[in-house]
Structure formats: structure tokens, C-alpha cells
Design a binder for this molecule. Structure first.
Ligand code: ZN
Ligand code: ZN
Length: 389
């Protein structure tokens, strides 16, 4: 057993305990006060240079090995989801209506665990490591406001590394891919305004519900008839509210939804494409509308050099045969903002087992042993990217 494995084994229980402590106190986006305090306290105990309150609850722990040299950022999310937990774990959520169902408790344990292990490897490293914990990954996104507060400048971050526990990759395996891994995702909110009236007299009304249904259908035609089928795109309308009872034609309909793509040109074109469809249908039907299109996260795209570096690190940890090229996903991630500003890699750490619950499910759980794999990859990546001399 080499010395890193030895140090890691010594701290294995402590790393798993961090995950359990944080699993008990899940806090949804922009309410991460206790989580943020726990993380900051832990980093302070390791004598890092800690800054709190970045983009409300974001935390940065800086470990400086030398004034010159490169800087590496290890990134985790702080936020949980508004879900009632149904796992029956002994350390299940203490917070009614909130749960770490996206594995961010595990992500925090891995980045804190890396800080713990790396504190024993300082004499072998140069440059600096930023241990970064961001709020609100599940939306509206904490990465961008943290960047706007300067966390990637002075000194500049050269490399960004992060991972997501991933049921789509088998436990024991690691999924790493150069180029686009996760889609660009936006949100839109639409209110259609018609003219309400009696359900028996449609000719005296403009039926906002009917106009809304035409819009829902026409939006799907954008995907199926305007997009190149070889370039994956999604438009989902997730909310549609209209009407009060059976015999009133509704005056208003409210719809909201999301778009996904990997293609920059299509990403830029979404607002205009949606507006054209909505305006055309509303004009034809005599309705008016207000459409609020909000750009969300860019494509999560890995630098090919960095992906190669991390692949070779992962191969040394789990074996060449266990490092796979994962399927890309239409899910989005705001680590994309960090990856746009540095050489970066975001990879999937496999937690997939027969019958396991998916992410965002009230029964989501994972085998905690994978956290040690994640910590080891972080530490060996630091040793590779920030090696002395
Ligand atoms: Zn999630
Ligand atoms: Zn997540």
C-alpha cells in the first residue's frame, strides 16, 4: 500500500462521518446557512485561509504551498433539494421537506476529505488549491455570482476539477469524457392573456387555455421539425396552469419550461425561436402574451488535455478497465461557468447498482466507499498538476 492510500485509510471514517453529518442537515438553494458554517468550520480547523459569505453562502478555503506555481480549484455544491426523504437511513434528514437527493453531501465530503488528506502532503506540492463550495447549483446557480465576486482571479485559477455521483455509471467505475458532457439549460415563463367568459359562448371569448395548448404542441414541433435530429435538443413545458371551474373560459394561462442543447448556435437561437411560435399563435388567436426567457447554464464542456490528465489519474486509482467514456446527458450543471474560465474537467463517479434509486428521488442513496475513490482522485490529481519543481 502506498502512502496516499495509507493516509486515506486513516481518515476513511472521518470522511464518511462528514457525509453523514451533512446529510442530516440538508438546505435547499440559497438557504445553506448551517451547511456553509459546517464547511467553513472544518476548513478553519485545517488552518486554511477561509472566506465565507461569497454569493451569500459560498465558501472558499485556500491552501497555499508556494507563491509561484499553478492553482487548482476543487469544487463542490452546498445545496439540497425540496424533497421528503424516504431512505430510512440512521442519519436521514432532520429537516422536514429537504433532502440531499443529488449527492451533494457526498461531494462536500470528498472535497473536505481531500483538504484533510492534502494537509499531510503539503511538502510535495507547489502553487495553491482552492477548495470551493458553491450555493444553489439546483437553480438559480451560485457559480456565476461567485465568479463575479472574483473567486477565480488574484491569483487566477488554472485548473478546475469536480465530480458528480452518478447512478448511470456502475459503482467502481469512473466516467470521464473530453468535450461536451452536459447540456446548456435555460428557463422560460409565459403568460397568455385572452378574454374570459361563459363556457357556452366561446365566440365572445379568447380562450387562453386553448391558446396555451396550441403553444405547447407547437413548441414540440420546433424540436421535431426544425432541429437536426443528429443534434440533441429538448423543450419541456413543465407547468401549465389555467382555469377555475368547468364552465368558465379562462382569461389567462401560465406556462413555464426549460430548453436543452449542446449546440452554441441553437442555444443562442432559442429565445427568438420561442418568441416566433408564441407570437404567431397568439396573433392568430387574438391573444396577447408576456414571455420571459432566462438563459441558465452553458454547456458543461471538458478541456481535452485536462480530461486526459484526470483519466490517467483515475486509471491509477480504479484500473484502466474501470475508466469509461460516459453517455452525455441533457441535464445541466453550473460548474460550466468555472470550466469556461479555466482548464477544467467534470467527471462522473459511478454509484450505479441493480435497482438503485435515481438522483432527485426520495430513496436516493449510495455506497459510501466510493467517496474514498473520489478523494483519492482529487489528491492524486493535485499531486500530478501541482507537483513540486
Ligand atoms: Zn441535482
Ligand atoms: Zn447535483
Amino acid at each position: 500500500m502506498d502512502d496516499i492510500k495509507h493516509i486515506l485509510n486513516k481518515h476513511a471514517d472521518a470522511i464518511i462521518q462528514i457525509r453523514r453529518d451533512l446529510h442530516r442537515i440538508p438546505e435547499p438553494a440559497y438557504t445553506e446557512a448551517k451547511t456553509s458554517a459546517y464547511v467553513a468550520d472544518y476548513l478553519n480547523k485545517l488552518c486554511l485561509n477561509v472566506t465565507t459569505g461569497i454569493a451569500k453562502f459560498g465558501v472558499l478555503g485556500a491552501k497555499v504551498f508556494s507563491d509561484s506555481g499553478n492553482s487548482l480549484m476543487l469544487r463542490s455544491e452546498l445545496d439540497a433539494l425540496p424533497i421528503n426523504e424516504e431512505t430510512n437511513l440512521s442519519f436521514a434528514s432532520n429537516h422536514e421537506g429537504a433532502m440531499h437527493a443529488c449527492g451533494h453531501d457526498g461531494h462536500m465530503a470528498m472535497v473536505l476529505g481531500a483538504a484533510l488528506v492534502i494537509s499531510e502532503l503539503s511538502d510535495r506540492l507547489s502553487g495553491r488549491i482552492h477548495f470551493v463550495f458553491q450555493p444553489a447549483e439546483e437553480g438559480p446557480g451560485g457559480a456565476k455570482p461567485m465568479i463575479e465576486e472574483g473567486i477565480m482571479d488574484n491569483p487566477r485559477v488554472d485548473y478546475t476539477l469536480g465530480c458528480h455521483l452518478w447512478p448511470g455509471v456502475k459503482e467502481g467505475q469512473v466516467g470521464i469524457k473530453a468535450g461536451p458532457l452536459m447540456a446548456a439549460m435555460d428557463r422560460f415563463d409565459l403568460t397568455v392573456k385572452g378574454k374570459g367568459g361563459h363556457g357556452a359562448m366561446p365566440h365572445l371569448c379568447v380562450d387562453a387555455l386553448d391558446v396555451g395548448t396550441q403553444i405547447v404542441n407547437a413548441l414540440q414541433r420546433i424540436v421535431s421539425r426544425q432541429m437536426n435530429p443528429l443534434s440533441p435538443t429538448v423543450i419541456t413545458v413543465g407547468q401549465f396552469q389555467a382555469g377555475t371551474t368547468f364552465n368558465i373560459i379562462p382569461e389567462e394561462a401560465y406556462l413555464s419550461g426549460t430548453t436543452r442543447t449542446f449546440d452554441r448556435e441553437i442555444w443562442r437561437s432559442w429565445p427568438q425561436r420561442l418568441e416566433t411560435v408564441v407570437k404567431g399563435i397568439c396573433d392568430a388567436m387574438g391573444a396577447s402574451y408576456s414571455l420571459d426567457y432566462q438563459p441558465g447554464y452553458p454547456v458543461t464542456e471538458n478541456d481535452s488535455w485536462m480530461a486526459d490528465e484526470i483519466r490517467s489519474v483515475a486509471e491509477s486509482v480504479v484500473g484502466t478497465e474501470n475508466v469509461i467514456i460516459p453517455e452525455s446527458t441533457m441535464g445541466g450543471e453550473d460548474i460550466s461557468f468555472f470550466l469556461q474560465r479555466s482548464k477544467g474537467c467534470f467527471y462522473f463517479l459511478g454509484v450505479g447498482r441493480e435497482g438503485c434509486a435515481p438522483l432527485h428521488n426520495p430513496k436516493f442513496d449510495f455506497h459510501e466507499g466510493v467517496l474514498l475513490t473520489g478523494v483519492e482522485i482529487y489528491c492524486r490529481a493535485a499531486l500530478k498538476l501541482l507537483r513540486m519543481g
